[in-house]
Design a protein around this ligand. Structure first.
Ligand SMILES: Nc1ncnc2c1ncn2[C@@H]1O[C@H](COP(=O)(O)OP(=O)(O)OP(=O)(O)O)[C@@H](O)[C@H]1O
Ligand SMILES: [Mg+2]
Length: 450
């Protein structure tokens, strides 16, 4: 037997295989290289490696780059046992099995027909032990002629099984890790899906609750004017009927005059209350701002404000309030100018009605400047009464007003919020201090979403 300088070539080869393991090369490539490394150490040897399944009984080929593929395929799925060729027996016994002649050895009685036609006559097999003395498979050296191992051959299985054990265990750990990773990922995905479903459900419930509150509020608000109108109408009908009844017996002038006065009063009550109901219905309609009904176009913000402000300035002047502007030049938007103008009008109107209700000499400042992420920041500030801290978080809720019965329905800021976060796709923030004033800050995408 010629052993090709085992010390140097084998050492270099072992380093190469270890490097492949460290670099995380595929197990198949590592085992193939390992088989070739051993084959390079001893003439005429053909190496194979069988892997033992988790069931501890079945083996399948892990590598055998120089053996006939048909022979390896025939070994796939064989069961280990006391008389199962060299490999099956070596794994079963947990020790090296040397078969010097496959044709005559009883261990190969059931298998030599698989090997001999491929010209394989000797097979020495050594079990591969992993951590905890667990057998991972076997390493085999085949020869084309009957043969017993020589002194030099004995060290090769040691090298092969040692490196193979490292490679196989690492690959198994990695696939276990990958399994854990997949499992974790699946868990995270499932949790995320459950969370977003719960979130959607919450949003839906929130919307339903808001809708419920809105409907209840609408009913409550309309109840008073409709109730008043009903009383006035019923009263008018009663009086008319009574008057008609007294026509037969002769009608006094004073009776007729009283009726006219009562009818006039009832008419005024009816008109006032129905007007109030009509105003309420008009503001309810604003609550649902439908982008489909609003025109979208490109516009310059300064031009929109130039159109919007003159009538507001007239109203403000009547109350001794000035409106100042600080608009960055060239602010272009592609959005919904109608709803934006409506929101700004509500905000200015609120300053006039609430911030400066008891004071004159107030100032409203409207500022606009570009913001990050292609947004536009528009603020409406006043130096008036400010909003009390307990009220501040509720100002966007429908029917929240500090002027009930004095014309306030508490829908203005609800509408503004709907416009800003809905059709304009932005957000609104409030900064307010009692006695110092309030600032409503709108951050809007310069180009509204489709
Ligand atoms: N600039 C402001 N200064 C002080 N208080 C304000 C200001 N803007 C809003 N508020 C407070 O927020 C409440 C809610 O405003 P919102 O516009 O929703 O309703 P409203 O003005 O009372 O009624 P509506 O707008 O329906 O006529 C107001 O009643 C007021 O108390
Ligand atoms: Mg208002």
């Amino acid at each position: 037997m010629i052993v090709k300088s085992p010390s140097n070539t084998a050492r270099d080869g072992q380093h190469r295989v270890l490097e492949m393991i460290a670099r995380g090369a595929a197990l198949q490539d590592i085992l193939d290289s390992l088989m070739r490394l051993i084959e390079a150490q001893s003439e005429d040897v053909l190496c194979s490696l069988m892997l033992l399944d988790d069931d501890g009984r079945t083996v399948h080929p892990g590598a055998g780059p120089s053996l006939p593929p048909a022979f390896l395929a025939a070994l796939d799925g064989l069961t280990i046992g006391p008389c199962a060729g060299s490999c099956g027996t070596a794994i079963h016994r947990g020790e090296t099995v040397i078969v010097t002649d496959i044709l005559s050895d009883p261990l190969w009685a059931d298998y030599h027909a698989l090997a001999v036609p491929h010209g394989l006559r000797a097979c020495w097999s050594t079990p591969i032990y992993g951590d905890g003395q667990r057998i991972l498979g076997s390493f085999a050296m085949y020869y084309r002629a009957p043969k017993a191992p020589g002194e030099d051959d004995l060290c090769l299985p040691g090298i092969a099984t040692h490196l193979a054990a490292i490679a196989i265990e690492r690959a198994r750990r990695e696939s276990e890790l990958a399994l854990h990773r997949d499992h974790l990922q699946a868990l995270v995905e499932a949790r995320t899906a459950a969370l977003s479903q719960a979130q959607e459900e919450l949003v839906r419930r929130d919307r339903l609750a808001a809708l419920g509150a809105l409907v209840a509020g609408v009913a409550h608000e309309l109840n008073t004017p409709i109730g008043n109108s009903l009383i006035a109408a019923t009263c008018l009908a009663d009086k008319t009927r009574a008057l008609a009844g007294s026509v037969e017996g002769g009608l006094r002038r004073s009776q007729l005059a009283r009726f006219f006065a009562q009818a006039d009063e009832a008419g005024q009550i009816l008109a006032r209350n129905l007007q109030r109901a009509a105003r309420l219905v008009a503001s309810f309609k604003q609550v649902a701002v439908d982008p489909g009904n609003s025109e979208r176009r490109a516009f310059m913000l300064c031009e929109l404000l130039a159109e919007l402000l003159p009538p507001l300035r007239v109203l403000a002047r009547q109350r001794g309030v000035v409106i100042e502007t600080d608009i960055a030049p060239g602010l272009a938007m592609d959005s919904y100018p109608g709803p934006l103008a409506e929101a700004l009008t509500h905000l200015v109107d609120n300053c006039l009605v609430h911030a400066f209700a008891d004071t004159a000499d107030g100032a409203i400042v409207i500022r606009a400047a570009p913001a990050i992420d292609a947004s536009v920041r528009i603020s409406v500030s006043d130096n008036g009464a400010g909003i009390a801290p307990p009220l501040a978080p509720r100002v966007y809720d429908p029917f929240v007003t500090t002027r009930p019965g004095a014309g306030g329905s508490g829908l203005g800021l609800h509408v503004v919020h709907n416009i800003v976060s809905g059709v304009l796709g932005g957000r609104i923030e409030l900064d307010s201090a009692l006695g110092k004033g309030s600032t409503f800050r709108l951050t809007l995408p310069a180009i509204a979403g489709a």
